[in-house]
Design a protein around this ligand. Structure first.
Ligand SMILES: [Zn+2]
Length: 74
């Protein structure tokens, strides 16, 4: 499933969006509706893949600093 993590440059909200067909345009922040969102290159996205998983060496990815991350399940 092509789920990407995004962060909003305006309010700092982090959210996940299902991106079909590689379309990264028109994605809005669910909080402030801003389109100034940035895709997070999260190592978690490759969790079922390979060595990318623990690339940072920390116990959590950059996207789940808050404690809950459905992407990586930590
Ligand atoms: Zn926002």
């Amino acid at each position: 499933m092509p789920i990407y993590e995004f962060t909003c440059r305006k309010c700092g909200e982090t959210f996940e969006e299902l991106v079909l067909g590689g379309r990264l345009t028109g994605i809005k922040c669910p909080k402030c509706q801003s389109e100034e969102v940035e895709k997070i290159m999260s190592a978690c996205a490759f969790k079922s893949g390979t060595k990318f998983v623990s690339a940072s060496g920390s116990s959590a990815c950059s996207g789940c600093a808050g404690g809950t991350c459905s992407t990586c399940g930590r």
